[in-house]
Design a protein around this ligand. Structure first.
Ligand code: CTP
Ligand code: CA
Length: 221
């Protein structure tokens, strides 16, 4: 008879992933957003599901298919993403790949007309979902943030890990052609130090990270 399939390492675990940008409306036809295709986060959600996890993917506005076996919650704004993350708790791990807009505006009820002078925008800080989860009594056992930087990658990533109170930061240099592309080159900053990963397809970064997450969660606590 055929050999039994290998046990799924993340069976029975709930993984919470955020991905994509958020859109913060200015008026009914305009928004503020970060650049993000969602590809890395979607690939990670799929890879975690293939390891047997129950996966909730909170996705900003992207045009990507939902990976097999993943429960997707679509949101637009950073505040809606924060609420969807809160509603999805508890989770064994949360991996926040989304490029959340740092600020939101109070949207005008009607389309702002161009007029003579450019309008000025009053901006307010969005909730920091990652820092909030780090302080939450329901904090996932493993909390992972992503950091896209255009300079001083390691210094910014190390400082961000401490400031946010997360376990790992996956840092990538976006000064080149990574945004929207199929490949990524990342540093993994953990409690024990820094690993430099080679330039890999985003799907390969996702599989390697998912395997790493599974190894950590299956270690005795
Ligand atoms: N993040 C979040 N909520 C926010 C902003 C960021 O959860 N409002 C998360 C991102 O999903 C990512 C991590 O925090 O996992 C780092 O995001 P980043 O934008 O690099 O950090 P910031 O603290 O916003 O710093 P910066 O000034 O570099 O934008
Ligand atoms: Ca930011």
């Amino acid at each position: 008879s055929a050999a039994a399939p290998a046990p799924a390492p993340l069976a029975g675990r709930h993984m919470l992933v955020t991905a994509g940008p958020t859109h913060e409306p200015i008026d009914p036809v305009r928004y503020i957003a970060n650049r993000s295709s969602g590809r890395q986060g979607f690939a990670l959600a799929g890879a975690l599901a293939r390891l047997g996890a129950r996966v909730t993917l909170v996705a900003g506005p992207v045009s990507l298919p939902t990976p097999a076996g993943v429960t997707r919650v679509d949101v637009e704004s950073g505040r809606a993403m924060a609420a969807a993350v809160d509603a999805a708790l508890p989770a064994d791990a949360a991996i926040l790949v989304a490029a959340v807009a740092d600020w939101y505006a109070e949207p005008a009820p009607q389309k702002v007309k161009k007029g003579e002078a450019a309008p000025s925008l009053a901006l307010h800080l969005n909730p920091d979902i990652l820092a909030g989860l780090a302080r939450d009594p329901r904090r996932p056992r493993l909390l992972v943030g992503f950091a896209a930087e255009t300079e001083q990658l390691l210094a910014h990533a190390t400082a961000k890990r401490a400031r946010k109170g997360c376990d790992w930061i996956v840092a990538n240099d976006v000064s080149g052609d990574v945004m929207g592309g199929a490949e990524n080159r990342v540093l993994l900053v953990t409690e024990t130090g820094v690993e430099e990963w080679p330039r890999l397809a985003k799907t390969a970064v996702a599989e390697r990270l998912a395997a790493r997450i599974a190894a950590t969660l299956t270690e005795p606590q």
